[in-house]
Design a protein around this ligand. Structure first.
Ligand code: IPM
Ligand code: MG
Length: 356
């Protein structure tokens, strides 16, 4: 059966970068990739049109799709809206409704970009880390949450960090499985010295490790992990962590690779359905200028081909094409350095298509 994908450009640079990724998909379709593609609204764009950042129609299409390609959501325009209808809720709603609990965020340094990182080339060259972030639990979704007024009239904000054993177990299993296809090392990141819930996290991961003893397991507190990521990032293979710690550490890891504009991600459920998106945001400050880097989104297409569409050869073609455009010294502004050729968003997309 022909696979179906849903394309959700979202807001800000989401529109521009997804357009380039769609060019790549169309080129592959012309080359025999059997795929049905439809578009939908999410985020601020959806709010403006329908009053909801995740309209029912989008959710229905998303549930019926084999994979979703998402640009980015959010922007200044919607910042003062009530939190329940902010663009981010569209993204979080999709993650929750489709139970996309396993978020894979690879941080790979392209040798051509070693000079684009703010860290010394010898610290980052050859870097290849996979961050496995729990995506549907933890403090992002925990109840109760809100802002209440205390007896003295002062307001108090609160969120709840919760994990069930089963939630920890399933993400730990994903991390062990991925490590097995890589360098067989998992570092579980927690704050077990302070937070009971992550002390339990550590116990469950350790228990899970008994059935995965071929993998080397270590544990690290999140503050130390942040430091180690910039001190000696190559010590890591797979890192597995909670929703919020993973959010923070993946931005940190992104910068090791030169630009957050290079990093794709996959969010998977247990049925093999996936949502694919660059890890960066909607960058409203540069939206509409045709200068954003589309490569993270194009590399997200590669992940989609591999993880949800069973098209690993096509995935490799896309990855090789990205490698080739970097080899041709083409650079968007975020990864530009002296002596390189500066290109726009659309020129970069065209170059990838040509390199396919
Ligand atoms: C990410 C983003 C999102 C998150 C935002 C946009 C809700 O930062 O995917 O990392 O916090 O998960
Ligand atoms: Mg983030």
């Amino acid at each position: 059966m022909t696979k179906k994908i849903l394309v959700l450009p979202g807001d800000g640079i989401g529109q521009e970068i997804v357009a380039e990724a769609v060019k790549v998909i169309k080129a592959l379709q012309a080359d025999g990739l059997a795929l049905e593609m439809e578009e939908g609204l999410v985020g601020g764009a959806a709010y403006d049109e329908t009053g909801s950042p995740l309209p029912e129609e989008t959710l229905t299409k998303a549930k019926a799709a084999d994979a979703i390609l998402l640009g980015a959501v959010g922007g200044y325009k919607w910042e003062s809206l009530d939190i329940s209808v902010r663009p981010e809720k569209g993204l979080l709603g999709l993650r929750a409704e489709l139970d996309l609990f396993a978020n894979l965020r690879p941080a790979i340094l392209y040798p051509q970009l070693a000079g684009a990182s703010t860290l010394k080339p010898e610290v980052v060259s050859g870097l290849d880390i996979m961050i496995v972030r729990e995506l549907t639990g933890g403090i992002y979704f925990g109840q109760p949450r809100g802002v209440r007024t205390l007896d003295n009239g002062e307001r108090q904000g609160y969120n709840t960090l919760v994990y069930k054993e089963s939630e920890v177990k399933r993400i730990a299993e994903v991390a062990f499985d991925i490590a097995r296809k890589r360098n067989s090392k998992v570092c579980s990141v927690d704050k077990a010295n302070v937070l009971e819930v992550t002390e339990m996290w550590r116990e469950v991961v350790t228990e899970c490790h008994k059935d995965n003893s071929d993998i080397e397991l270590s544990h690290m507190y999140v503050d130390n992990a942040a430091m180690q990521l910039v001190r000696e990032p190559k010590q890591f293979d797979v890192m597995v962590t909670t929703n919020m710690f993973g959010d923070i550490l993946s931005d940190c890891a992104a910068m090791l690779t030169g630009s957050i504009g290079m990093l794709p991600s996959a969010s998977l459920n247990s049925k093999g359905q996936g949502m694919y998106e660059p890890i960066h945001g909607s960058a409203p400050d540069i939206a509409g200028q045709n200068i954003a880097n589309p490569l993270a989104t194009i590399l997200s297409v590669a992940m989609m081909l591999r993880y949800s569409l069973d098209e690993s050869t096509m995935a490799e073609r896309v990855e090789k094409a990205v490698d080739k455009v970097l080899e041709q010294n083409l650079r968007t502004a975020d990864i530009y350095s002296d002596g390189m050729k500066k290109v726009s968003t659309s020129e970069m997309g065209d170059a990838v298509v040509a390199a396919l």
